[in-house]
Design a protein around this ligand. Sequence first.
Ligand code: ZN
Length: 174
Amino acid sequence: MKIVLYPDPILRKITPRVEDFGPPLAETAREMLEFMYRSKGVGLAAPQVGLTLRLFVFNPSGDPAKKEEEGVLVNPRIVKRKGEAYGEEGCLSFPEIYGEVRRATWIRVEAQDLEGRPLELEFQDFQARVVQHELDHLEGILFVDRMEPAEKIRIRRQLEKLEREYKETRAAGH
Ligand code: ZN
């Protein structure tokens, strides 16, 4: 697996629902979790590794030993949300870029597990933030889209640098 960096258009795709459950899907999720831990991330959505699947993995602790905080959500959607708070976010597709994003502080999510069984889960505070960030990826929405104008101005040069690097890589045929 390899991380897909901004502004690759894969990150803007709306992912189709997962219909095929079974061992290959579980294997993909396992690889994504390993990749996420290796990359020091707390969440990873399928489009970030070039897969247009409605699925993400997460562990708000970032610690592979804390299995109780680890999760995989397939075909997730937020059915209820409460509260609002700003908090700092980063994203593996935006190396070294951090910024404040407003998110709900509590959410209820309906999803499926890797066998297709229905799940209903509640998340709050940082967990809720991680899940909202990853769920956005499945809709082609990126955290920079949700930053306040002043925050966007602050990171503009860093975004331009990523855009330049992307063009150079493409021109080099990689
Ligand atoms: Zn992200």
